[in-house]
Design a protein around this ligand. Structure first.
Ligand SMILES: Nc1ncnc2c1ncn2[C@@H]1O[C@H](COP(=O)(O)O)[C@@H](O)[C@H]1OP(=O)(O)O
Ligand SMILES: [Mg+2]
Ligand SMILES: [Mg+2]
Ligand SMILES: [Mg+2]
Length: 315
């Protein structure tokens, strides 16, 4: 046991952050379930179509306090702003996920990563609107890790996923150069084309991008994390959102997990977002995600120039 702990402590920083994030996201998921079970969501309206609940606030405090204690020199940016990091002792997670650490070898390119190269993007509860309306399976906890501006690792925890043994919650992880785990990857069907998009933030431009792709089916589901899960599990070929609204914490973890598994996530013009500590938060040029094996370029080529120009102007 002591040697396992010593080996874990000696693992490269990137691996320790992912292994810790897996445990921390699970703890945050329990907080999210507890707030719902108590029934008092404490909803605050941050802006138009933009809610925050006690679950968003508490989950963020748990995640930020735990990460900050373990990795004091890493920049950590959370959706809910500056949180009070004095949290109950049992919200502070210090364990690392041993299964992740034992099974996976750090890719050469990530072995030397230092705390100052990193930014961790935290969305303590993605899909707040779904949470308040009872679409609980679509809620995720997102912890994304960027190195030198690029999304390279991430954790997507689904607190209300029903597992085969009847318990609640699962955690999906991905690291570029290793791959992804915690779920069963499935290819989307080859005889039809399914696009997933927003349920609650649609507009004329979002719709015109969808129309241009002539999908057989449009899966309107909330949450950036949940939509990327649809790509990972073969329920959709593409995630298309030609609108601003998502922010860096919505896409960092999903982008890293999707790309670790062979897919791609960019803006609507095909450019990767930068995730360094000084970037602006909004993903002003929309989101285009494609499942592994689907040509990102083909879908980009079908999007109308008018949509791309309109999205480029919002930069
Ligand atoms: N207009 C918006 N205002 C605030 N958040 C938004 C907006 N559009 C998208 N988001 C965030 O992006 C996620 C995915 O968007 P959508 O469900 O519309 O596809 C939402 O769950 C929300 O994250 P969050 O729930 O963490 O605030
Ligand atoms: Mg929000
Ligand atoms: Mg979000
Ligand atoms: Mg959120």
């Amino acid at each position: 046991m002591a040697s396992a702990t010593a080996a874990a402590a000696a693992a490269p920083l990137m691996m320790r952050i992912v292994a810790s994030s897996i445990q921390i996201a699970g703890r945050a998921g329990r907080i999210i379930r507890d707030v719902m079970a108590k029934g008092d969501l404490g909803i605050v309206e941050k802006g138009k179509d933009d809610l925050q609940t006690e679950a968003d606030r508490s989950a963020q405090r748990c995640i930020m306090a735990s990460l900050a204690r373990l990795f004091p020199n890493v920049t950590i940016i959370g959706e809910e702003g500056n949180s009070d990091l004095k949290v109950p002792e049992d919200w502070l997670v210090s364990e690392m996920n041993s299964e992740f650490l034992e099974r996976n070898v750090c890719p050469d390119g990530l072995k030397q990563v230092k705390e100052s190269d990193l930014v961790i993007w935290v969305d303590p509860l993605d899909g707040t609107s779904e949470y308040t309306q009872g679409f609980l399976e679509r809620v995720t906890v997102l912890i994304g890790i960027s190195v030198n501006d690029r999304a390279v690792g991430g954790v997507i925890h689904q607190p209300y996923f029903k597992t085969d043994n009847g318990s609640l919650g699962r955690t999906i992880w991905g690291v570029k150069g290793i791959g992804a785990g915690g779920f069963n990857p499935v290819k989307p069907p080859s005889d039809r084309f399914i696009v997933t998009t927003t349920r609650s933030h649609s507009n004329a431009l979002v719709q015109s991008a969808l129309d241009a792709l002539s999908p057989d089916e449009v899966l309107r589901v909330g949450g950036a994390g949940y939509k990327v899960l649809q790509l990972l599990e073969g329920n959709a070929h593409a995630y298309v959102f030609a609108s601003a609204g998502c922010k860096k914490w919505d896409t960092c973890a999903p982008e890293a997990v999707l790309e670790a598994q062979g897919g791609m996530l960019t803006d609507i013009l095909g450019r990767h977002y930068a995730y360094g500590k000084d970037v602006s938060f909004p993903n002003a040029c929309g989101v285009l995600g494609t499942a592994s094996g689907i040509s990102h370029q083909d879908i980009l080529g079908k999007l109308p120039d008018a949509v791309k120009e309109a999205m480029n102007k919002t930069q």
